[in-house]
Design a protein around this ligand. Structure first.
Ligand code: PLP
Length: 396
């Protein structure tokens, strides 16, 4: 093979989720779109808040071409970074500064940069907590490190600390956490974050080097019933926050987010330089200029989260009434549901035969469960219950 083997392999097969989504589009041409219940993707359906469109309109009227569409600083506009720092400081009582932020093209870029910035040897390991976002493995391996996975706590979807403690070793560079979680919908409690911090402080002393938390937070604002999402840097100094506006502002196609390097982190300014350098070497510089201006002016805004809550309640009530065992999501827009047979992939195939497109937990490191994305049209959820009931009955 003349081409990069790893790149070729990644590029020549789609993810299981994308595969299912493409199948759904094709199936819709045969049975009609209204008869396919596609719960595969996490594409926000709630419109962006008005602030986004209004700001874009105003910017296009008021700014000249260079100001609107020109290159920004590689790490992002100082004004944008200052606006993010101000907002977080007001919200969380923190003391961040503009220079603690590196603006990126969404969480995928933030994570890739973080893993590149932290990896110093091919022995390095990052630990994810199942269920986890499958792309972590791709990003970590591209940085030259390897990914280990702590099995899921399938009762509460918090962290199995005994398993985590056993997995941390001298090669551990970081622990990746994602709360609110895709795919479980769980939010890590304050107790969980405190316990994690306590364990990692202990391990840092034992192994005499920093161990980072990489907090992947694209769903931070999407929570229900007033649940608290602890701000991780307040509990643990060696934290890199990887944030994205893809979900909170419903802008996944616009590619905008950031990495926060708090000043309390180990050799923080050197770490920031490594983040900027990783961004440079990966080509993640000058995030989209217009979107930087949009987020500057839309700090604190979100799409209407009540609409996701409505879908969550509708789906949870409907499925539990049929007899499914579901983990009630506290945040994000996914529901994790117990499969009705041992072989999770076989269960998903049987669901597919009813035109229910749901994603196996296998790919998230959590067999036995399936992910149902409820960032979908409310009517589709209502229409799908007949098919869910038929599927359930086929197992009785
Ligand atoms: N991390 C998690 C847990 C996600 O669910 C996603 C997207 O769905 C991402 C990261 C990537 O987000 P972005 O669109 O900002 O790159």
């Amino acid at each position: 093979m003349i081409y990069n083997k790893q790149a070729y392999e990644l590029g020549s097969k789609r993810s299981a989720i994308r595969e299912l989504f493409e199948y759904g589009k094709q199936r819709a041409t045969i049975v009609g779109a209204e008869n396919v219940y596609d719960f595969s993707l996490g594409n926000p359906t709630v419109p962006a808040p008005d602030c986004v469109d209004e700001t874009i309109r105003r910017l296009t009227e008021e700014l000249d071409c260079i100001k609107l569409h020109g290159y920004t600083s590689a790490q992002g506009d100082a004004e944008t970074r200052a606006a993010i720092a101000d907002f977080l400081n007001k919200t969380h009582g923190t003391h961040f500064e503009a220079n603690d932020f590196y603006i990126t093209m969404g969480a995928a870029a933030s994570l890739s940069i973080a893993f590149h910035a932290l990896t110093t040897s091919q022995e390095d390991e990052f630990i994810a907590i199942a269920p986890y976002f499958p792309e972590y493995k791709v990003f970590v391996e591209a940085a030259g490190a390897s990914l280990k996975v702590v099995p899921a706590d399938t009762e509460n979807f918090q962290i199995d600390f005994d398993a985590l403690e056993e997995m941390v070793n001298a090669n551990t560079k970081g622990i990746i956490i994602n709360s609110p979680n895709n795919p479980s919908g769980a939010v890590y409690s304050r107790e969980t974050i405190e316990k994690l911090a306590e364990l990692l402080y202990k391990k840092e002393v034992e192994y005499e080097h920093p161990i980072f938390i990489i907090a992947d937070e694209p769903y931070r604002e999407i929570v229900y019933d007033g649940v608290e999402v602890p701000f991780v840097t307040k509990y643990y100094a060696n934290t890199l926050v990887c944030y994205s506006y893809s979900k909170s502002l419903s802008l996944p196609g616009e590619r905008i987010g950031y990495i926060l390097v708090p000043q309390e982190a180990y050799e923080s300014r050197a770490l920031y330089a490594a983040v900027a350098g990783a961004g440079r070497s990966l080509g993640y510089v000058c995030a989209p200029s217009m979107m930087q201006k949009v987020i500057t002016l839309c700090q604190g805004e979100t799409g209407d989260i009540e609409l996701y809550k409505k879908n969550r309640d509708l789906l949870y009530d409907g499925l539990t009434k049929i007899g499914y065992k579901c983990f009630k999501p506290q945040g994000a827009f996914y529901m994790f549901v117990k499969a009705l047979e041992e072989d999770t992939n076989a269960f998903c195939e049987r669901a597919k035969a009813e035109d229910l497109l749901i994603v196996s937990g296998e790919g998230f490191g959590c067999p036995g469960f399936v992910r149902i994305s409820y960032c979908v049209d409310e009517d589709m959820i209502k229409r799908s219950f007949g098919a869910f009931e038929k599927l359930y009955k086929s197992y009785q």
